[in-house]
Design a protein around this ligand. Structure first.
Ligand code: ADP
Length: 400
């Protein structure tokens, strides 16, 4: 069915409508690809740019199932199983999607074009979904160049900053230098600032590694409850020093006893990414929870997802800040946070790593009452876990 079909116009012909409406003029000339499906994912319309990007005439697309045509993989070139394919999920369930960056496999699999997809569900009798997508190859290349510049600059600046920090430490050490009290106050401030700068360069290097494409997730099949417990337990000392209590296996702070975890949950993740994610969430939970508070960590299997939560009873996040905390350099500014150090890059890194593994991260919080950070990652079955383990052993055996 053509979008602008007039009475008696044969169906299955897209783009042949007369250019008598401004809306149609826009659709036919716009650079973004536009595809409209019904609720059963069948393509009803495709504009000329969709045809150009996909490499097939619009008329041939009409009537096809969108999943046959819109084959995608991650920007890094990783195959996306159905439970990670947010585009197909949005089309099937009629959920909105915005700016989903993936590679579109076009020209019968011969070519990959990086695109950003959006899906807007329409409340009409057909249950239409409007899918728009644009070529982002140039955008990605520019982002990569920018990230490479920031990364090189951070790397180069780390050495002189470490040297400044070292000399300031010497100046502040009574065994190596004699200074008066006023100079000590100034040098203490300079030392704290040099340390902050050092953290900033370290965090910047970490986030740009993924942005400029130098770092790709090394996936492996792992049992997630054991992995997350092992990482979290390493925080015991730090948690005790901060005078906080800690429970692994509990989601709800109102639960008195920890929920026993006897579930075995498998995931296909990068173990180093998991460490970085948990480190940042646990660091924050400790940092933003005053003495006497509690931290709860849990992992459960939730359908085809692995759901991890890091919960604290700390200072919480206001609803105004909650929508921004995963942005680069964002720090909530209030009387509680002002005295707590940080770079505002930790949660950006968490989001970046989680998304590179096909997952999602979000937070729920009430100001003054505490926060829960959720990480949802694709789950694999026990059989899939065994299969991937055997495959890995074979590869490792073969290379020895
Ligand atoms: P930072 O280095 O400032 O901690 P993050 O990116 O890790 O940077 O966090 C961004 C902001 O989100 C923090 O500055 C803080 O305001 C808020 N935040 C993060 N985690 C928590 C938490 N567990 N409790 C309260 N606020 C938090």
């Amino acid at each position: 069915m053509s979008l602008f079909k007039r009475k008696n116009q044969p169906s299955g012909v897209a783009n042949s409508a007369p250019q008598n409406s401004l809306a149609e003029l826009a659709l036919v000339n716009i650079h973004d690809g536009v595809i409209i499906t019904d609720r059963s994912s069948q393509i009803q319309y495709a504009n000329p740019s969709a045809a150009t990007i996909i490499g097939q005439p619009s008329a041939d697309m009409v009537g096809l199932d969108a999943s046959l045509l819109l084959k995608i993989e991650s920007i890094e070139g990783r195959e996306l199983p159905d439970n990670e394919n947010l585009l197909l999920q949005a089309i099937r369930t009629g959920q909105a999607l915005e700016g989903y960056k993936v590679c579109l496999i076009v020209s019968q699999g011969a070519k990959r074009t990086p695109v950003a997809f959006s899906v807007v569900p329409v409340n009409d009798s057909r249950g239409s979904r409007i899918i728009t997508f644009r070529d982002i190859a140039k955008e990605l290349a520019e982002e990569g160049e920018q990230a490479e510049f920031v990364s090189t600059a951070s790397h180069e600046m780390r050495t002189p900053v470490a040297s400044i920090e070292g000399y300031l430490s010497l100046a502040l050490n009574p065994q190596t230098a004699t200074i008066d009290e006023r100079a000590r106050t100034y040098l203490n401030s300079a030392h704290a600032a040099a340390q902050h700068l050092g953290h900033l360069f370290r965090d910047l290097l970490d986030v740009t590694k993924l942005d400029d494409g130098r770092l790709r997730p090394a996936f492996q099949a792992v049992e997630m409850v054991g992995l997350v417990k092992q990482i979290s337990d390493q925080y015991l000392m730090q948690i005790r020093e901060a005078k906080l209590s800690y429970q692994f296996g509990s989601t709800d702070p109102s639960l008195d006893t920890p929920r026993r975890i006897d579930q075995v949950v498998y995931g296909y993740v990068d173990v180093n990414f998991m460490r970085e994610i948990m480190d940042n969430l646990l660091d924050n939970a400790v940092k933003y929870t005053p003495a006497g508070g509690s931290i709860y960590v849990n992992v459960i299997g939730d359908g085809d997802r692995v759901l991890i939560n890091v919960t604290d009873t700390g200072i919480g996040i206001s609803s105004d800040d909650l929508g921004h905390i995963f942005q680069k350099f964002y720090r909530a500014d209030n009387s509680d946070t002002r005295t707590i150090g940080g770079t505002g890059l930790g949660l950006y890194l968490v989001k970046q790593r989680v998304e590179a593994m096909g997952g999602r991260v979000w937070a729920e919080s009430a100001f003054g009452e505490g926060s829960t950070f959720y990480v949802s990652l694709p789950r694999i079955s026990g059989e899939e876990y065994e299969k991937r383990k055997i495959a890995l052993n074979k590869v490792q055996g073969g290379t020895q």
